[in-house]
Design a protein around this ligand. Structure first.
Ligand SMILES: Cc1cc2nc3c(=O)[nH]c(=O)nc-3n(C[C@H](O)[C@H](O)[C@H](O)COP(=O)(O)OP(=O)(O)OC[C@H]3O[C@@H](n4cnc5c(N)ncnc54)[C@H](O)[C@@H]3O)c2cc1C
Length: 295
């Protein structure tokens, strides 16, 4: 469990970060909080020659909300600092809940949002919430910036869209429409530090009457190698008033497109059943935020 030897590099700005990444290519790994990277480097396999620490870069650590353009979170912003921003709890509740569930305070103080996304673990908590909230990532590289939705950025188990020499710059969440609410629900056996077995994030927008559903998005987590955006299931909700039958149809549609694994923690069949419960629970919580009442 000792760290292998490596050269530690701490760029003073993003210009130097870009040139270090271009010089060292695949021999380098970015370190943000290190709560995933250092654990992986202590296990056999990951042996970078260079570790490039971005935690001191103010350019990557900002968290800024603008009422027109939305919330922009620097990739190295600490999870705990994001949670502490009142606007996150107020307007992006699903993201707030997904962060609150991560590890313990010590992990959230060290760990960053960018690290949680770039690590691309199928069990990571924030990606489903970010997908349901239609977040986009901004990638910086020698050829300029690229922007894409989170669901396109995470390509597979531990795989992202980052190309050689690129790094994740920021994450942008649009301003939620009026009359909208969101929630993130996950299932784990123990209450303590354990990764989720199944997770669901829902965002719902209601018409002015605060009853009929104007728009909805649903993202499923830990039931496939990447978060699944359940657009067809979400469409079933549009134009409807919630009812038990409607939610059962939606949760069944989510279970049908999920691809959970069978492992020592739970069978695929069990995960699909839990998924359906979580879809209904997360919907209820998001809906109540706006309607102020259960369906
Ligand atoms: C005890 C413990 C409990 C945990 N519990 C949870 C949990 O409940 N839920 C959960 O989702 N996670 C959990 N984690 C995992 C981890 O804490 C999170 O994924 C955290 O957000 C990672 O952030 P970091 O800044 O520490 O990433 P790092 O470890 O610094 O980096 C992770 C990966 O992302 C890459 N990277 C980081 N930033 C960038 C960037 N800007 N551009 C390109 N690549 C980048 C790194 O090279 C590395 O491959 C836990 C970890 C521990 C040790």
């Amino acid at each position: 469990m000792y760290l292998p030897s490596f050269q530690y590099l701490a760029p003073k700005d993003t210009g130097e970060l870009a040139s270090l990444l271009s010089d060292h290519g695949d021999k380098a790994r970015i370190l943000s909080g290190g709560t995933d990277l250092l654990v992986q480097m202590k296990s056999p396999g990951l042996r970078p020659d260079f570790v490039i620490d971005i935690s001191g870069l103010d350019e990557l650590s900002g968290i800024n909300f603008d009422a027109k353009t939305g919330l922009v979170i620097g990739s190295a912003a600490k999870l705990d600092d994001i949670m502490e921003m009142p606007v996150v709890k107020e307007k992006y509740f699903a993201l707030w809940q997904s962060i609150e569930t991560i590890g313990a305070r010590q992990i959230r103080t060290m760990g960053s949002l960018g690290g949680n996304i770039c690590n691309a673990s199928p069990a990571a908590d924030t990606p489903p919430a970010l997908v349901a909230l239609s977040a986009e990532v901004s990638i910086a590289g020698a050829k300029g910036d690229r922007v894409m939705p989170v669901e396109e950025f995470i390509r597979g188990n531990r795989q992202t869209a980052l190309k050689k020499g690129e790094y994740l710059k920021s994450i942008t969440l649009p301003v939620p429409e009026k009359n909208s609410g969101s929630a993130y629900h996950h299932f784990r056996v123990r209450g303590g530090m354990e990764i989720a077995m199944v997770a669901v994030a829902v965002q719902v927008v209601l018409e002015k009457n605060n009853k009929t559903i104007k728009d909805a998005s649903i993202a499923l987590g830990v039931v496939g190698p990447t978060p699944i955006r359940a657009d067809d299931a979400a469409k079933i909700l549009v134009g409807q008033k919630p009812s038990e039958d409607l939610l059962q149809t939606v949760s069944q549609a989510c279970a049908d497109i999920s691809k959970p694994i069978d492992d020592f923690r739970a069978s695929a069949e069990y995960r699909k059943e839990i998924l359906q419960v979580l879809v209904e629970e997360a919907f209820d919580e998001a809906y109540i935020q706006v309607a102020g009442d259960s369906k």
